[in-house]
Design a protein around this ligand. Structure first.
Ligand code: MN
Length: 263
């Protein structure tokens, strides 16, 4: 578990834990993730299934955003991450073009950027971010998938979407097209909040109610371990990746100790 009590541009401090696994069937893991709790940035990426080089795409996203941490400060962290995602998109589109015949080197992305009092979700594809506050789990992202569209139009139930033969079909991903729209959603942060970032490998195995029950007790490391263990006891035909973030009030201990100092 990574724990960073001191923040640079954040009003909160964060602990986070992440894990990725190929699952019970696949040999290659095309998922990747990045945790930068000292910067308030986390992301999961899921290499687009059915295409070769999905692992290259998800790792390229991780590397592009990770390289940001070399910069001493970010004026606008959300924009900094968004720009990296847009440029890695162009790089992947160009790399695929060199392979020819409509090749795609693609990956989903779901990124959480904490800045000031807000957590901002940026995403493309069907990897998800959930918020967990006072026992309630809320999905913050909306999948860019065919089945999610059908659910939104009332043509499929959530349960039908889960087992639909086209459940894996996404219409947006990094590396899919030169023009890329990255969805964004801002969520106000509060001490005690948790966030879960995950690829669809997790949500194919666990219902939201089960996820909520696991997040209800323990810290981010325990939550991350239990989510992985529970999913891996099931068929788990896909790769799966989980990051759990705990939001804490900033520098609580430091303030308390300063108050007791007497000269
Ligand atoms: Mn997947």
């Amino acid at each position: 578990m990574d724990w960073f009590p001191f923040r640079m541009n954040n009003m909160f401090s964060f602990a986070s834990a992440g894990c990725t696994h190929p699952g019970n069937l696949r040999e290659i893991n095309q998922d990747a993730y990045l945790s930068l709790p000292e910067r308030g940035v986390w992301l999961v990426a899921d290499g687009v299934g059915g295409h070769q080089r999905g692992d290259v795409a998800s790792q390229a996203i991780v590397d592009a955003v990770a390289s940001l941490s070399l910069e001493p400060c970010w004026e606008n962290p959300v924009e900094a991450v968004r720009q990296r995602l847009l440029s890695v998109n162009l790089e992947l589109v160009q790399a695929a073009r060199q392979l020819g015949s409509g090749a795609v080197i693609g990956s989903t992305v779901a990124a959480l950027v904490a800045t000031g009092k807000q957590g901002v979700c940026l995403w493309a594809g069907d990897s998800r971010i959930y918020g967990f506050r006072r026992g309630r789990l809320s999905r913050l992202t909306r999948d860019h998938s065919q089945v999610e569209e059908l659910v939104a139009r009332g043509q499929l139930s959530v349960e039908e979407a889960r087992y639909h033969p086209h459940a894996n079909v996404i219409y947006r991903a990094i590396g899919q097209d030169e023009s890329l729209e990255i969805d964004a959603l801002a969520y106000s942060l509060a001490p005690g909040d948790k966030f879960l970032l995950c690829t669809d490998g997790l949500t194919k195995e666990l219902y939201d109610e089960e996820i909520a029950e696991i997040l209800a007790t323990g810290d981010c490391q325990e939550n991350c371990d239990r989510l992985m263990e529970t999913a891996l006891k099931r068929p788990c035909r896909d790769n799966l990746t989980v990051i759990v973030v705990d939001v804490r009030a900033p520098e609580e201990t430091k303030t308390r100790s300063l108050k007791t100092i007497k000269i």
